[in-house]
Ligand binder design. Structure first.
Ligand code: HH2
Length: 269
């Protein structure tokens, strides 16, 4: 799943694709690089993000969804029912729902749905995240939502632990370590780890073992760490990886798939 944020303030690609033509060109590039689906979002949900009024979100995403839906499968990354409804009208086939509250709408519209876990709201979710049992609580939440959506008639439901959404780095790492418990539910699992802060934390700690004054590792310098995390997740059995650097992740997926099920993958003699 390629990430396409049509926003001025997303944490790693904010402002890069604000003009619809630029966004569509980037989406096309991600399809060409092997993305199965492009995830279009018009509101940043990074920690501390200011909410965007739905009419502005719609203005950003609709022309982009409409154009990309002509090329391939598009998901709409939104928390707002009216945005999801209009995006599906424009051709989106999946609602990527970071608040996991639009399952019934997905059933009504006959589209796929991602149930992601978020503790609280983006503006405040990183203030003091607390869980007694982070894996158990996140798992119970997404499974309960996924089962309800399935009962409501959604035929394609993914569950997503929501890395970085009201979670400390330790919470994220425990969730990553225990991804197999999500896979064991039988629901396909989606993970979004690409360029996130935990990648920066781990790589900075590694750099500082060599140089105590090493500078923090910014979002666009987190490709290798993101790939390592995505590769781990794929070996645990996740079904979809949400990523900014599509070609690199598709290559990683090809190597994981080839290692799990060896077969000839090139035409070379
Ligand atoms: N992460 C982000 C946004 N949407 N959706 C799912 N299902 N899972 C995720 O982990 C996820 C998501 C945040 O990343 P990004 O879109 O790059 O940034 P921003 O929220 O700043 O636009």
């Amino acid at each position: 799943m390629g990430v396409l944020n049509v926003t001025p303030d997303s944490f790693s690609d904010g402002g890069l694709h604000l003009a619809p033509d630029d966004a569509v060109a980037h989406g096309r590039m991600m399809f060409d690089a092997g993305a199965s689906i492009v995830d279009v979002g018009g509101e940043s949900t990074r920690p501390g993000a200011v909410p965007v009024p739905p009419d502005e979100e719609l203005r950003r995403v609709l022309p982009v969804v409409e154009a990309l839906a002509e090329i391939g499968s598009v998901s709409i990354d939104t928390r707002h029912a009216e945005v999801a409804r209009a995006a599906v009208g424009a051709g989106a086939v999946v609602i990527n729902d970071v608040a996991a509250s639009l399952g019934e709408l997905a059933a009504e519209l006959g589209v796929g749905w991602v149930a992601m876990h978020m503790a609280g709201e983006p503006a405040t979710m990183q203030d003091a995240p607390h869980y007694d049992d982070v894996v158990g609580e996140v798992l119970d939440f997404v499974v309960e939502r996924a089962e309800a959506a399935t009962r409501a008639g959604v035929s394609q439901v993914w569950i997503d632990p929501g890395f970085g959404f009201g979670k400390t780095a330790d919470h994220n790492l425990v969730l990553l370590a225990e991804l197999d418990r999500f896979v064991a539910t039988g629901f396909p699992v989606l993970v979004g780890l690409s360029r996130k802060r935990t990648m920066g934390d781990l790589t900075l700690a590694s750099d500082r073992r060599v140089d105590p004054h090493a500078a923090p590792v910014g979002p666009t310098d987190r490709l290798e760490s993101s790939l390592a995390a995505a590769t781990w997740a794929m070996t645990q059995g996740v079904s979809m990886v949400r990523a900014h650097d599509v070609r690199a992740h598709v290559h990683a997926a090809a190597v994981v798939a080839g290692s799990i099920e060896p077969k000839v993958t090139t035409g070379a003699a």
